[in-house]
Design a protein around this ligand. Structure first.
Ligand SMILES: Nc1ncnc2c1ncn2[C@@H]1O[C@H](COP(=O)(O)OP(=O)(O)OP(=O)(O)O)[C@@H](O)[C@H]1O
Ligand SMILES: [Mg+2]
Length: 484
Protein backbone atom coordinates (compact mmCIF):
# COMPACT_ATOMS: atom_id res chain seq x y z
CA UNK A 1 0.00 0.00 0.00
CA UNK A 2 1.72 3.11 -1.15
CA UNK A 3 -0.86 5.74 -0.19
CA UNK A 4 -0.18 7.50 3.07
CA UNK A 5 -3.12 8.47 5.15
CA UNK A 6 -3.91 10.04 8.47
CA UNK A 7 -5.57 7.40 10.56
CA UNK A 8 -7.35 7.80 13.86
CA UNK A 9 -7.19 4.73 16.09
CA UNK A 10 -9.72 4.74 18.93
CA UNK A 11 -9.40 1.96 21.45
CA UNK A 12 -9.38 1.83 25.22
CA UNK A 13 -7.00 -1.13 25.31
CA UNK A 14 -3.42 0.14 25.28
CA UNK A 15 -2.15 -3.09 23.75
CA UNK A 16 -4.44 -2.98 20.78
CA UNK A 17 -3.63 0.65 20.25
CA UNK A 18 0.04 -0.15 20.29
CA UNK A 19 -0.29 -3.03 17.86
CA UNK A 20 -2.49 -1.12 15.43
CA UNK A 21 -0.28 1.92 15.59
CA UNK A 22 2.81 -0.15 14.87
CA UNK A 23 1.25 -1.90 11.87
CA UNK A 24 -0.08 1.30 10.37
CA UNK A 25 3.04 3.35 10.96
CA UNK A 26 5.13 0.65 9.36
CA UNK A 27 2.98 1.16 6.28
CA UNK A 28 3.82 4.84 6.37
CA UNK A 29 0.57 6.17 7.78
CA UNK A 30 0.26 8.98 10.28
CA UNK A 31 -1.50 7.60 13.30
CA UNK A 32 -3.41 9.54 15.92
CA UNK A 33 -4.78 7.66 18.91
CA UNK A 34 -7.77 8.18 21.16
CA UNK A 35 -8.36 6.29 24.38
CA UNK A 36 -12.14 6.56 24.37
CA UNK A 37 -15.06 7.62 22.23
CA UNK A 38 -15.23 11.20 23.34
CA UNK A 39 -11.54 11.76 22.66
CA UNK A 40 -12.08 10.16 19.25
CA UNK A 41 -14.80 12.69 18.43
CA UNK A 42 -12.61 15.50 19.62
CA UNK A 43 -9.77 14.43 17.35
CA UNK A 44 -12.10 13.80 14.48
CA UNK A 45 -13.55 17.25 14.97
CA UNK A 46 -10.09 18.78 14.87
CA UNK A 47 -9.87 17.65 11.24
CA UNK A 48 -6.98 16.13 9.32
CA UNK A 49 -8.22 12.54 9.54
CA UNK A 50 -8.68 10.32 6.47
CA UNK A 51 -9.74 7.04 8.05
CA UNK A 52 -11.07 6.05 11.47
CA UNK A 53 -10.54 2.69 13.14
CA UNK A 54 -12.57 2.34 16.29
CA UNK A 55 -13.18 -0.37 18.79
CA UNK A 56 -16.83 -1.06 19.43
CA UNK A 57 -16.63 -1.27 23.20
CA UNK A 58 -15.14 1.78 24.81
CA UNK A 59 -15.90 3.88 27.88
CA UNK A 60 -17.76 7.21 27.65
CA UNK A 61 -18.90 6.98 24.05
CA UNK A 62 -18.65 3.63 22.33
CA UNK A 63 -17.72 2.78 18.76
CA UNK A 64 -21.30 3.07 17.56
CA UNK A 65 -21.50 6.61 18.92
CA UNK A 66 -18.30 7.49 17.12
CA UNK A 67 -19.64 5.90 13.96
CA UNK A 68 -22.97 7.71 14.10
CA UNK A 69 -21.27 11.02 14.75
CA UNK A 70 -18.85 10.47 11.88
CA UNK A 71 -21.61 9.34 9.54
CA UNK A 72 -23.39 12.57 10.16
CA UNK A 73 -20.56 15.08 10.28
CA UNK A 74 -17.84 13.57 8.17
CA UNK A 75 -19.62 11.09 5.91
CA UNK A 76 -16.65 11.05 3.54
CA UNK A 77 -14.35 9.57 6.20
CA UNK A 78 -14.52 5.76 6.23
CA UNK A 79 -14.95 4.22 9.67
CA UNK A 80 -13.67 0.71 10.35
CA UNK A 81 -15.23 -1.01 13.35
CA UNK A 82 -13.37 -3.52 15.47
CA UNK A 83 -15.81 -6.05 16.91
CA UNK A 84 -15.46 -8.99 19.26
CA UNK A 85 -15.02 -12.43 17.77
CA UNK A 86 -18.31 -14.04 16.80
CA UNK A 87 -20.46 -10.95 17.32
CA UNK A 88 -21.90 -10.90 13.82
CA UNK A 89 -24.95 -9.01 15.00
CA UNK A 90 -22.85 -6.05 16.10
CA UNK A 91 -20.92 -6.06 12.86
CA UNK A 92 -24.13 -5.98 10.85
CA UNK A 93 -25.46 -3.18 12.97
CA UNK A 94 -22.26 -1.22 12.40
CA UNK A 95 -22.42 -1.70 8.64
CA UNK A 96 -26.04 -0.61 8.63
CA UNK A 97 -25.09 2.52 10.53
CA UNK A 98 -22.59 3.34 7.81
CA UNK A 99 -19.36 1.63 8.84
CA UNK A 100 -17.02 1.14 5.90
CA UNK A 101 -16.06 -2.33 7.10
CA UNK A 102 -15.45 -4.30 10.25
CA UNK A 103 -12.62 -6.37 11.65
CA UNK A 104 -13.12 -9.13 14.18
CA UNK A 105 -10.80 -9.57 17.13
CA UNK A 106 -8.32 -11.22 17.14
CA UNK A 107 -7.09 -10.14 13.76
CA UNK A 108 -4.12 -10.83 11.53
CA UNK A 109 -1.85 -7.97 10.50
CA UNK A 110 -2.70 -8.58 6.88
CA UNK A 111 -6.41 -8.34 7.52
CA UNK A 112 -5.86 -4.87 8.93
CA UNK A 113 -3.69 -3.90 6.00
CA UNK A 114 -6.23 -5.01 3.42
CA UNK A 115 -9.19 -3.29 5.04
CA UNK A 116 -7.25 -0.11 5.77
CA UNK A 117 -5.89 -0.09 2.23
CA UNK A 118 -9.39 -0.25 0.82
CA UNK A 119 -10.56 2.49 3.15
CA UNK A 120 -7.64 4.76 2.27
CA UNK A 121 -8.27 4.35 -1.46
CA UNK A 122 -11.92 5.02 -0.85
CA UNK A 123 -11.06 8.17 1.09
CA UNK A 124 -8.75 9.39 -1.66
CA UNK A 125 -11.26 8.69 -4.41
CA UNK A 126 -13.88 10.51 -2.41
CA UNK A 127 -11.76 13.54 -1.82
CA UNK A 128 -11.06 13.91 -5.56
CA UNK A 129 -14.46 15.56 -5.92
CA UNK A 130 -15.11 18.69 -3.95
CA UNK A 131 -17.79 17.32 -1.74
CA UNK A 132 -20.81 19.10 -0.48
CA UNK A 133 -22.67 18.61 2.74
CA UNK A 134 -26.36 18.38 2.12
CA UNK A 135 -28.95 20.03 4.28
CA UNK A 136 -32.24 18.35 3.55
CA UNK A 137 -34.99 20.57 4.86
CA UNK A 138 -36.56 17.90 7.03
CA UNK A 139 -33.28 17.10 8.69
CA UNK A 140 -33.11 18.56 12.15
CA UNK A 141 -29.79 17.16 13.13
CA UNK A 142 -28.54 20.55 14.30
CA UNK A 143 -27.69 19.87 17.87
CA UNK A 144 -27.67 22.04 20.91
CA UNK A 145 -29.84 23.00 23.82
CA UNK A 146 -31.82 25.97 25.04
CA UNK A 147 -31.94 27.38 21.53
CA UNK A 148 -28.14 27.45 21.48
CA UNK A 149 -26.51 25.47 18.73
CA UNK A 150 -23.36 23.52 19.56
CA UNK A 151 -22.17 20.21 20.90
CA UNK A 152 -18.52 20.92 21.62
CA UNK A 153 -17.27 20.18 25.12
CA UNK A 154 -17.06 23.92 25.64
CA UNK A 155 -20.74 24.38 24.90
CA UNK A 156 -21.67 21.29 26.92
CA UNK A 157 -20.06 23.02 29.88
CA UNK A 158 -22.19 26.11 29.23
CA UNK A 159 -25.34 23.95 28.99
CA UNK A 160 -24.44 22.30 32.26
CA UNK A 161 -24.26 25.62 34.06
CA UNK A 162 -27.54 26.76 32.53
CA UNK A 163 -29.11 23.51 33.73
CA UNK A 164 -27.82 24.00 37.23
CA UNK A 165 -28.53 27.67 37.80
CA UNK A 166 -31.44 28.63 35.53
CA UNK A 167 -34.09 28.01 38.13
CA UNK A 168 -32.34 29.63 41.06
CA UNK A 169 -32.43 33.25 42.19
CA UNK A 170 -28.63 33.52 41.88
CA UNK A 171 -27.14 36.41 40.00
CA UNK A 172 -25.23 35.31 36.89
CA UNK A 173 -22.40 37.21 35.25
CA UNK A 174 -22.03 36.16 31.61
CA UNK A 175 -18.71 36.99 30.04
CA UNK A 176 -17.58 36.39 26.50
CA UNK A 177 -16.30 38.22 23.46
CA UNK A 178 -18.78 40.08 21.36
CA UNK A 179 -21.08 37.89 19.32
CA UNK A 180 -20.58 34.74 21.39
CA UNK A 181 -24.23 34.49 22.39
CA UNK A 182 -24.37 36.24 25.77
CA UNK A 183 -27.86 37.54 25.19
CA UNK A 184 -29.11 34.15 24.03
CA UNK A 185 -27.72 32.60 27.20
CA UNK A 186 -29.40 35.27 29.35
CA UNK A 187 -32.72 34.49 27.67
CA UNK A 188 -32.15 30.77 28.11
CA UNK A 189 -31.63 31.30 31.84
CA UNK A 190 -34.91 33.17 32.04
CA UNK A 191 -36.86 30.74 29.86
CA UNK A 192 -35.72 27.81 31.94
CA UNK A 193 -36.61 29.30 35.28
CA UNK A 194 -39.92 29.41 37.07
CA UNK A 195 -39.94 33.12 36.24
CA UNK A 196 -40.48 32.41 32.59
CA UNK A 197 -44.09 33.58 32.86
CA UNK A 198 -42.76 36.92 34.12
CA UNK A 199 -41.06 39.68 32.15
CA UNK A 200 -37.55 39.49 30.67
CA UNK A 201 -36.34 43.07 30.69
CA UNK A 202 -33.12 44.02 28.98
CA UNK A 203 -31.13 47.17 29.27
CA UNK A 204 -27.98 47.87 27.32
CA UNK A 205 -25.82 49.96 29.63
CA UNK A 206 -23.57 51.02 26.76
CA UNK A 207 -26.45 52.54 24.83
CA UNK A 208 -27.76 54.76 27.61
CA UNK A 209 -26.29 58.20 28.24
CA UNK A 210 -24.71 58.51 31.67
CA UNK A 211 -27.18 61.14 32.74
CA UNK A 212 -30.20 58.99 31.96
CA UNK A 213 -28.91 55.79 33.48
CA UNK A 214 -30.45 56.25 36.91
CA UNK A 215 -33.90 57.13 35.64
CA UNK A 216 -33.78 54.26 33.17
CA UNK A 217 -32.93 51.77 35.88
CA UNK A 218 -35.06 53.09 38.71
CA UNK A 219 -37.67 55.29 37.03
CA UNK A 220 -38.60 58.85 37.97
CA UNK A 221 -41.40 60.87 39.46
CA UNK A 222 -43.18 63.70 37.73
CA UNK A 223 -41.16 66.89 38.03
CA UNK A 224 -37.96 65.10 39.01
CA UNK A 225 -36.13 66.96 36.26
CA UNK A 226 -36.95 69.18 33.33
CA UNK A 227 -39.01 67.20 30.90
CA UNK A 228 -40.32 64.76 33.50
CA UNK A 229 -43.91 65.68 32.81
CA UNK A 230 -45.21 62.44 34.17
CA UNK A 231 -43.79 59.67 36.33
CA UNK A 232 -42.34 56.56 34.80
CA UNK A 233 -41.28 53.20 36.17
CA UNK A 234 -37.70 52.07 35.63
CA UNK A 235 -36.44 48.72 34.42
CA UNK A 236 -36.14 47.29 37.90
CA UNK A 237 -39.85 47.87 38.43
CA UNK A 238 -40.76 46.55 35.02
CA UNK A 239 -38.83 43.38 35.70
CA UNK A 240 -40.71 42.66 38.93
CA UNK A 241 -41.47 38.94 39.06
CA UNK A 242 -39.14 38.27 36.18
CA UNK A 243 -35.54 38.72 35.04
CA UNK A 244 -33.56 41.90 34.54
CA UNK A 245 -30.71 41.57 32.07
CA UNK A 246 -28.08 44.30 32.33
CA UNK A 247 -26.04 43.99 29.17
CA UNK A 248 -22.59 45.58 28.86
CA UNK A 249 -22.44 46.07 32.61
CA UNK A 250 -18.79 47.10 32.26
CA UNK A 251 -19.97 50.41 30.77
CA UNK A 252 -21.94 51.55 33.77
CA UNK A 253 -20.55 54.76 35.32
CA UNK A 254 -18.89 54.41 38.71
CA UNK A 255 -21.44 56.73 40.43
CA UNK A 256 -24.23 54.48 39.26
CA UNK A 257 -22.45 51.41 40.51
CA UNK A 258 -23.05 52.44 44.10
CA UNK A 259 -26.76 52.83 43.51
CA UNK A 260 -26.95 49.57 41.68
CA UNK A 261 -25.14 47.82 44.49
CA UNK A 262 -27.64 49.05 47.00
CA UNK A 263 -30.59 48.04 44.83
CA UNK A 264 -29.14 44.56 44.57
CA UNK A 265 -28.23 44.21 48.22
CA UNK A 266 -31.47 45.54 49.62
CA UNK A 267 -33.75 44.70 46.70
CA UNK A 268 -35.06 48.22 47.12
CA UNK A 269 -34.60 51.64 45.58
CA UNK A 270 -36.33 54.94 44.96
CA UNK A 271 -37.41 56.47 41.69
CA UNK A 272 -35.50 59.61 40.76
CA UNK A 273 -37.23 62.46 42.57
CA UNK A 274 -39.26 60.01 44.56
CA UNK A 275 -39.44 59.49 48.28
CA UNK A 276 -41.18 56.15 48.41
CA UNK A 277 -38.93 53.13 48.73
CA UNK A 278 -39.88 50.44 46.23
CA UNK A 279 -39.26 46.76 46.68
CA UNK A 280 -39.11 44.34 43.78
CA UNK A 281 -38.55 40.66 43.18
CA UNK A 282 -36.05 40.56 40.35
CA UNK A 283 -33.54 37.98 39.19
CA UNK A 284 -30.49 39.77 37.91
CA UNK A 285 -28.33 38.65 35.01
CA UNK A 286 -25.49 40.76 33.71
CA UNK A 287 -23.13 40.43 30.79
CA UNK A 288 -19.93 42.01 29.60
CA UNK A 289 -17.20 41.53 27.05
CA UNK A 290 -14.77 43.39 29.27
CA UNK A 291 -12.38 41.94 31.75
CA UNK A 292 -14.02 43.27 34.88
CA UNK A 293 -11.14 42.25 37.12
CA UNK A 294 -8.86 44.44 35.04
CA UNK A 295 -11.45 47.22 35.25
CA UNK A 296 -11.37 46.88 39.02
CA UNK A 297 -7.60 47.28 39.05
CA UNK A 298 -7.81 50.39 36.92
CA UNK A 299 -10.51 51.82 39.18
CA UNK A 300 -13.36 51.71 36.69
CA UNK A 301 -15.37 49.04 38.41
CA UNK A 302 -16.23 48.59 42.06
CA UNK A 303 -14.97 45.41 43.57
CA UNK A 304 -17.94 45.04 45.94
CA UNK A 305 -20.35 45.27 43.01
CA UNK A 306 -18.33 42.76 41.04
CA UNK A 307 -18.63 40.18 43.82
CA UNK A 308 -22.36 40.78 43.99
CA UNK A 309 -22.73 40.23 40.25
CA UNK A 310 -20.28 37.40 39.88
CA UNK A 311 -22.09 34.91 42.12
CA UNK A 312 -22.30 32.50 39.20
CA UNK A 313 -19.70 33.25 36.53
CA UNK A 314 -20.58 31.88 33.10
CA UNK A 315 -17.99 32.29 30.40
CA UNK A 316 -18.89 31.64 26.79
CA UNK A 317 -15.81 30.55 24.87
CA UNK A 318 -15.01 32.26 21.58
CA UNK A 319 -15.93 30.39 18.41
CA UNK A 320 -12.29 29.76 17.50
CA UNK A 321 -11.99 27.64 20.66
CA UNK A 322 -14.84 25.39 19.55
CA UNK A 323 -14.39 25.13 15.82
CA UNK A 324 -16.14 21.77 15.92
CA UNK A 325 -19.40 23.68 16.34
CA UNK A 326 -18.91 25.59 13.11
CA UNK A 327 -20.52 23.00 10.79
CA UNK A 328 -23.56 22.83 13.05
CA UNK A 329 -23.83 26.59 13.24
CA UNK A 330 -23.41 26.94 9.49
CA UNK A 331 -26.22 24.49 8.93
CA UNK A 332 -28.43 26.26 11.43
CA UNK A 333 -27.69 29.70 10.03
CA UNK A 334 -28.20 28.65 6.40
CA UNK A 335 -31.65 27.41 7.33
CA UNK A 336 -32.42 30.58 9.20
CA UNK A 337 -31.43 32.81 6.30
CA UNK A 338 -33.05 30.60 3.66
CA UNK A 339 -36.27 31.31 5.42
CA UNK A 340 -35.63 34.97 6.05
CA UNK A 341 -34.24 35.77 2.59
CA UNK A 342 -36.54 33.40 0.69
CA UNK A 343 -33.54 31.55 -0.68
CA UNK A 344 -33.01 27.91 -1.26
CA UNK A 345 -29.39 27.19 -0.45
CA UNK A 346 -29.19 23.44 -0.05
CA UNK A 347 -25.62 22.85 0.96
CA UNK A 348 -22.08 24.10 1.25
CA UNK A 349 -19.06 22.64 -0.52
CA UNK A 350 -16.64 20.95 1.84
CA UNK A 351 -13.76 23.24 0.92
CA UNK A 352 -15.95 26.25 1.63
CA UNK A 353 -16.87 24.79 5.00
CA UNK A 354 -13.20 24.10 5.67
CA UNK A 355 -12.39 27.75 4.93
CA UNK A 356 -15.08 28.82 7.41
CA UNK A 357 -13.63 26.42 9.98
CA UNK A 358 -10.15 27.85 9.48
CA UNK A 359 -11.17 31.47 10.02
CA UNK A 360 -10.47 33.02 13.39
CA UNK A 361 -13.90 34.70 13.86
CA UNK A 362 -13.00 37.67 16.05
CA UNK A 363 -16.69 38.65 15.85
CA UNK A 364 -17.73 35.11 16.70
CA UNK A 365 -21.21 33.86 15.79
CA UNK A 366 -22.48 37.28 14.91
CA UNK A 367 -19.67 37.58 12.33
CA UNK A 368 -20.44 34.09 11.03
CA UNK A 369 -24.07 35.09 10.62
CA UNK A 370 -23.14 38.27 8.78
CA UNK A 371 -20.78 36.46 6.46
CA UNK A 372 -23.34 33.77 5.65
CA UNK A 373 -26.14 36.25 5.17
CA UNK A 374 -24.09 38.12 2.58
CA UNK A 375 -22.97 34.88 0.98
CA UNK A 376 -26.46 33.42 0.76
CA UNK A 377 -27.80 36.65 -0.64
CA UNK A 378 -25.30 36.68 -3.49
CA UNK A 379 -24.83 32.95 -3.93
CA UNK A 380 -25.59 31.99 -7.52
CA UNK A 381 -26.19 28.26 -7.29
CA UNK A 382 -27.83 26.34 -4.55
CA UNK A 383 -24.50 25.20 -3.16
CA UNK A 384 -22.22 27.69 -1.46
CA UNK A 385 -18.79 27.40 -3.05
CA UNK A 386 -15.53 28.68 -1.65
CA UNK A 387 -15.47 31.48 -4.24
CA UNK A 388 -18.81 32.70 -2.92
CA UNK A 389 -17.21 33.51 0.43
CA UNK A 390 -15.59 36.86 1.19
CA UNK A 391 -11.99 36.87 -0.10
CA UNK A 392 -10.36 37.03 3.30
CA UNK A 393 -12.19 33.88 4.35
CA UNK A 394 -11.91 32.00 1.04
CA UNK A 395 -8.16 32.62 1.25
CA UNK A 396 -7.96 30.20 4.19
CA UNK A 397 -8.38 27.43 1.70
CA UNK A 398 -5.24 28.43 -0.15
CA UNK A 399 -2.03 27.87 1.72
CA UNK A 400 -0.53 31.11 2.79
CA UNK A 401 2.79 32.59 1.87
CA UNK A 402 2.96 32.06 -1.86
CA UNK A 403 0.84 33.37 -4.66
CA UNK A 404 -1.15 30.66 -6.42
CA UNK A 405 0.96 29.68 -9.37
CA UNK A 406 -1.99 28.61 -11.45
CA UNK A 407 -4.41 31.47 -11.11
CA UNK A 408 -3.38 33.64 -14.02
CA UNK A 409 -6.60 35.63 -13.89
CA UNK A 410 -6.58 36.16 -10.19
CA UNK A 411 -4.08 38.54 -8.74
CA UNK A 412 -5.47 38.95 -5.27
CA UNK A 413 -2.66 38.70 -2.79
CA UNK A 414 -2.71 35.76 -0.45
CA UNK A 415 -2.25 36.76 3.16
CA UNK A 416 1.15 36.05 4.61
CA UNK A 417 1.36 33.35 7.25
CA UNK A 418 1.77 35.74 10.14
CA UNK A 419 -1.36 37.65 9.22
CA UNK A 420 -3.43 34.57 8.68
CA UNK A 421 -2.39 33.13 11.98
CA UNK A 422 -3.24 36.16 13.97
CA UNK A 423 -4.32 35.92 17.55
CA UNK A 424 -4.66 32.45 18.91
CA UNK A 425 -2.76 30.37 16.42
CA UNK A 426 -1.33 27.42 18.25
CA UNK A 427 2.14 26.12 17.60
CA UNK A 428 0.53 23.29 15.66
CA UNK A 429 -1.32 25.73 13.39
CA UNK A 430 1.82 27.71 12.79
CA UNK A 431 3.85 24.62 11.98
CA UNK A 432 1.14 23.32 9.70
CA UNK A 433 0.87 26.60 7.81
CA UNK A 434 4.62 26.91 7.59
CA UNK A 435 4.93 23.33 6.35
CA UNK A 436 2.34 23.97 3.67
CA UNK A 437 4.18 27.08 2.63
CA UNK A 438 7.48 25.28 2.27
CA UNK A 439 5.88 22.34 0.47
CA UNK A 440 4.14 24.67 -1.89
CA UNK A 441 7.35 26.53 -2.65
CA UNK A 442 9.32 23.37 -3.29
CA UNK A 443 6.62 21.79 -5.43
CA UNK A 444 6.07 24.97 -7.39
CA UNK A 445 9.79 25.16 -8.06
CA UNK A 446 9.92 21.54 -9.23
CA UNK A 447 6.94 22.06 -11.50
CA UNK A 448 8.52 25.17 -12.83
CA UNK A 449 11.68 23.31 -13.69
CA UNK A 450 9.76 20.56 -15.44
CA UNK A 451 7.39 22.91 -17.22
CA UNK A 452 4.47 21.57 -15.25
CA UNK A 453 5.21 17.92 -15.98
CA UNK A 454 3.96 16.18 -12.83
CA UNK A 455 5.67 12.86 -13.56
CA UNK A 456 9.06 14.54 -13.94
CA UNK A 457 8.47 16.82 -11.00
CA UNK A 458 7.61 13.81 -8.86
CA UNK A 459 10.86 12.19 -9.88
CA UNK A 460 12.78 15.33 -8.93
CA UNK A 461 11.09 15.36 -5.56
CA UNK A 462 11.60 11.64 -5.07
CA UNK A 463 7.95 10.91 -4.37
CA UNK A 464 5.36 8.99 -6.36
CA UNK A 465 3.39 10.77 -9.01
CA UNK A 466 0.21 9.90 -7.17
CA UNK A 467 1.50 11.40 -3.92
CA UNK A 468 2.53 14.55 -5.72
CA UNK A 469 -0.90 14.85 -7.26
CA UNK A 470 -2.48 14.43 -3.85
CA UNK A 471 -0.20 17.05 -2.36
CA UNK A 472 -0.93 19.43 -5.21
CA UNK A 473 -4.63 19.02 -4.69
CA UNK A 474 -4.26 19.57 -1.01
CA UNK A 475 -2.25 22.71 -1.62
CA UNK A 476 -4.61 23.96 -4.31
CA UNK A 477 -2.02 23.74 -7.08
CA UNK A 478 -3.32 23.05 -10.55
CA UNK A 479 -2.40 19.79 -12.21
CA UNK A 480 -2.05 20.72 -15.85
CA UNK A 481 -1.82 17.13 -16.94
CA UNK A 482 -5.06 16.22 -15.27
CA UNK A 483 -6.56 19.53 -16.36
CA UNK A 484 -7.95 20.27 -12.95
N1 LIG B 1 -24.90 28.97 20.14
C1 LIG B 1 -25.60 29.69 19.25
N2 LIG B 1 -26.45 29.08 18.41
C2 LIG B 1 -27.15 29.79 17.51
N3 LIG B 1 -27.05 31.10 17.35
C3 LIG B 1 -26.23 31.77 18.16
C4 LIG B 1 -25.47 31.10 19.15
N4 LIG B 1 -24.74 32.02 19.80
C5 LIG B 1 -25.02 33.19 19.24
N5 LIG B 1 -25.93 33.07 18.26
C6 LIG B 1 -26.45 34.15 17.40
O1 LIG B 1 -25.39 35.05 17.19
C7 LIG B 1 -25.83 36.40 17.32
C8 LIG B 1 -25.08 37.05 18.45
O2 LIG B 1 -25.53 36.50 19.68
P1 LIG B 1 -25.77 37.43 20.95
O3 LIG B 1 -26.38 38.73 20.58
O4 LIG B 1 -26.45 36.62 21.98
O5 LIG B 1 -24.25 37.62 21.34
P2 LIG B 1 -23.59 38.63 22.37
O6 LIG B 1 -22.50 37.89 23.02
O7 LIG B 1 -24.65 39.24 23.22
O8 LIG B 1 -22.97 39.67 21.39
P3 LIG B 1 -22.56 41.22 21.67
O9 LIG B 1 -21.40 41.20 22.62
O10 LIG B 1 -22.19 41.67 20.31
O11 LIG B 1 -23.77 41.87 22.24
C9 LIG B 1 -27.32 36.34 17.52
O12 LIG B 1 -27.97 36.48 16.28
C10 LIG B 1 -27.55 34.96 18.08
O13 LIG B 1 -28.82 34.49 17.73
MG1 LIG C 1 -25.15 41.23 23.43
Amino acid sequence: MSERARILVADDEPNLRRVLTAILRRDGHDVTVAVDGSEALEKLGAGDIDVVITDLRMPKLDGMDVLRHAARHTPHIPVIMITAYGSVGQAVEAIKAGAFDYIEKPFEQDQIRVVVGKAVRHAIANSAQPRATLYPSGDDSVRGRFGLVGDSNEMQAVFEIIDKVADTPSTVLITGESGTGKELVAKALHENSSRKGGPFIKINCAAIPKTLMESELFGYEKGAFTGATSSKPGRFELADGGTLFLDEIGEIPVEMQVKLLRAIQESEFERVGGIKTLKVDVRLITATNRDLEAEIKSGNFREDLFYRLNVVPLTIPPLRRRRGDIPLLVRHIIRKFNERLKKNVASIADDALAALEAHNWPGNIRELENVLERTILFCKGDVIQRVDLPDEIAAHGTPAGAAPIDDDDDDTAVEPVAAELSGDASLKDIVRAETSRVEREVIAKALDETNGNVTQAARLLKISRKSLQMKMKELGLRDREAGT
